[in-house]
Design a protein. Structure first.
Length: 160
């Protein structure tokens, strides 16, 4: 067997160590962002939106009204904490409205996994409204039209 310091096999021997180090760094980053949320007065799972992370901009009045409309209509947004498309979906609503989304976390604990399995969720994100499903990220306009949300002007929101 060649010496670990010589030859072309050295990078391959270091690969498992590099992968383990990268994994630990990623876990540490997730843990530190969770601790940062706790330090800011948040909770790791206390919001109705699970652990998708916070949206990056404030919500508009219309985004807040749409979320309340979706909640009233009984819409459900199924997602997973590790899903980039789910975070993007939540981020479209802004911070305040994003916290109020009717969100079900499908992969944080066994209860969530079982709920999503019994609901036959096949993809993330998935929206359910009156038994009708939409898979994938939807725009605010698509959600407004699909749910029958009326804008301040009294008409349905326009689609793209």
């Amino acid at each position: 067997m060649p010496d670990a310091t010589l030859g072309s096999r050295q990078p391959i021997r270091l690969l498992p160590l590099v992968l383990i180090s990268l994994s630990l760094a990623l876990v540490g980053a997730v843990g530190s962002s969770r601790n940062l949320a706790l330090a800011r007065g948040g909770s790791p799972s206390g919001s109705s939106s699970g652990s998708l992370g916070e949206a990056v901009s404030p919500s508009t009045t219309e985004q807040k009204a749409l979320v309340e409309h979706l909640r009233t209509r009984g819409a459900i947004f199924y997602g997973a904490w590790w899903c980039p498309a789910c975070f993007h979906q939540k981020n479209q609503f802004g911070t305040e409205a994003g916290r109020r989304l009717p969100y079900v976390e499908c992969d944080k604990d066994q209860a969530g996994r079982e709920r999503c399995q019994s609901a036959k969720i096949r993809a993330f994100p998935t929206w359910d409204l009156d038994g009708e499903r939409r898979e994938g990220t939807l725009t605010i306009e698509e959600l407004a039209v699909w749910s029958g949300f009326k804008t301040k002007a009294g008409g349905s929101s326009s689609s793209r």
